[in-house]
Write a protein that binds this ligand. Structure first.
Ligand SMILES: Nc1ncnc2c1ncn2[C@@H]1O[C@H](COP(=O)(O)OP(=O)(O)OP(=O)(O)O)[C@@H](O)[C@H]1O
Length: 269
């Protein structure tokens, strides 16, 4: 079964802005696909359609063979978006526990113990073990984003939808979390749709990189990244970033981005 199928999706906003024009996207189970393209090309809009936070003007979206709405109600995916979206009145720990609380919680002591253990594990994973009892406003933007990532992973979802989740982080933390994402994928087999502005990040993480044109967003190229599976990549770490295949793919994505921009100058919206 495929994780995500988007067919002929078009999104026209009030006022006539065509954010997406006839976009097709397929993401296989366990596959990591990055969306890359210039600012305003519709990457977030596409992700929001998959998450059922918005609906296409025409075309269709399915997630694990269900409608996007059904998949949202079944909590088939975890979300980590640009704005962390944390609940300000809840502690960091309570924010991470929230998806587990919402889903099938029996509310008994064993259930709570399990939730606490999982939140502790996830906060350690994103380097925030010492901040569990803080409120979101007491954290930096990058730290808030790490809480949102921990929350997205809380229920080990089969699909993760991530919109520039590492954008606000310093380079060292960003690389650490990229490796962490590869490890999470290797252990959970989750599919990931990952929006980024970074060509290097897209190539490092992805099985496929989908390059979009400037608005109205179209898919101008889809590039495979033959750098091995997630476990292999996570194990190779820095060495992988020096692989000739990695450099070649970075150049290929850059070229596709530039040719997408050049082509869009000739396409009327
Ligand atoms: N709610 C909305 N109402 C009207 N226009 C919108 C709305 N949301 C997005 N747009 C427009 O749709 C286009 C695509 O926006 P979107 O946020 O999807 O781009 P993006 O590729 O994610 O950009 P960035 O890389 O800067 O985050 C933009 O021109 C934006 O102004």
């Amino acid at each position: 079964m495929t994780a995500v199928v988007v067919s002929g999706a078009r999104r026209v906003f009030d006022g006539g802005t065509v954010a997406l024009a006839d976009v097709d996207l397929t993401v296989g189970e366990g596959e990591l696909v990055s969306l890359i393209g210039p600012s305003g090309c519709g990457k977030s809009t596409l992700l929001r359609l998959i998450a059922d936070l918005d609906a296409p003007t025409s075309g269709s979206v399915s997630v694990f063979g269900k409608t996007a709405e059904r998949a949202r109600k079944d909590q088939d995916y975890g979300i980590a978006f640009q704005q962390a979206g944390l609940l300000p009145w809840r502690s960091v720990r309570a924010n991470v526990e929230l998806p587990m609380q919402l889903r099938g919680a029996r509310g008994d002591r064993a259930d709570r113990a399990q939730r606490v253990a999982r939140a502790t594990e996830l906060l350690a994973l994103v380097g925030l073990a010492d901040f569990a009892d803080h409120r979101p406003h007491q954290l930096s933007g990058g730290m808030q984003q790490r809480v949102a990532i921990a929350r997205a992973l809380a229920r080990s979802p089969r699909l993760l939808l991530m919109d520039e989740p590492f954008g606000a982080l310093d380079e060292m933390t960003r690389e650490r979390l990229q490796d962490e994402l590869l490890r999470v994928r290797a252990t959970t087999g989750a599919a990931v749709v990952f929006v980024t502005h970074s060509i290097a990040e897209a190539v490092y993480l992805s099985d496929r990189v989908v390059v979009m044109s400037p608005r109205p967003g179209r898919v101008v190229a889809t590039l495979d990244v033959p750098l091995g599976g997630p476990a292999d990549r996570a194990a190779r770490g820095i060495q992988l970033r020096e692989d000739p295949v990695y450099f070649e793919r970075v150049s290929a994505v850059r070229e596709a981005l530039h040719s997408g921009e050049a082509a869009s100058d000739r396409v009327p919206s």
